[in-house]
Design a protein around this ligand. Sequence first.
Ligand SMILES: [Zn+2]
Length: 316
Amino acid sequence: MSHLPPSRHSFGESVLAFDVGGTDIKAALQDNDGVFHSLQRVPTPRDAASPGEAIIREVSGLARGYVREFPQASVRALGFVVPGLVDEQAGIGIVAANLGWRNFPFARRLREENGMLPVAFGHDVGLAGEAEMHVGAGRGLRDAVVLIIGTGIAGAVFCDGRRVRAGGFAGEIGHSPVPSGTQCACGAYGCLETVGSAGAIVRRYNERTGNRATGAEAVLRAARAGEQAAREVWDQAVAALAEGICQLAAVLGTEAVILGGGLSQAGDELTGPLVRAVDSRLSFHRRPDIRVSTLGQDAGLMGAALHARGMLGEPA
Ligand SMILES: [Zn+2]
């Protein structure tokens, strides 16, 4: 059908997908074949007085734009994911530290503002993880952990084929303690993300050297060039991540750890030493395969779309 002009493209049953992040909102229309159209990013609106309503206004405006742009698509549902602590069943954003809302009824407000269109609501990393398990690097697995490593570390835990939610509290692997951890912004001491995140790699390297590296990639480059401080900071991050992964392997019998987020772009330079470090610490345990996400930055959007299609098993 590729010879048809865009206006004749058969969209079939379509859904709208939105992924609200700390800096921008990603949006797209997904057609019946799972293809995204008009993928766009707009800055996340900030409104200290009513942060939740500001998001509703922005997303509802985008949704109307898609309906105008694709009159031939029949939009069946809207999928919507946000960061922070989330009650997926109740459709509520409980708290998002840097976006400011508290107990905001996202699912209900979106339905009201979009002609009572069904809304599938979820946690961004939880649904990014679902997307990896359904159509990405975790396809076919039942016991896996998706780790998104960027400024911090967030996770989605799958056991016996189901995501562990625990009322929104599960998956905070970045805030589980490791021996090398230090004081964390969350208030606890020793959290994994104080050593093993991309943010920690940059901060620790700059503290040690007085340099002004702006990304973990620069630290990796320096390590590759033989700079001692960079090598140590990188190796310490790998060791801390290995400690976290070994806990998962021992407690959950994890088959695979799927790495996403900025740090996963280091590819083999991250996974190689990580596999060796994990291997050296385990004995009889099931050894988790360590892989890189195949959906990358679109995982959250894909999770929102799958959820909107009712493909994630549990109703919103
Ligand atoms: Zn913490």
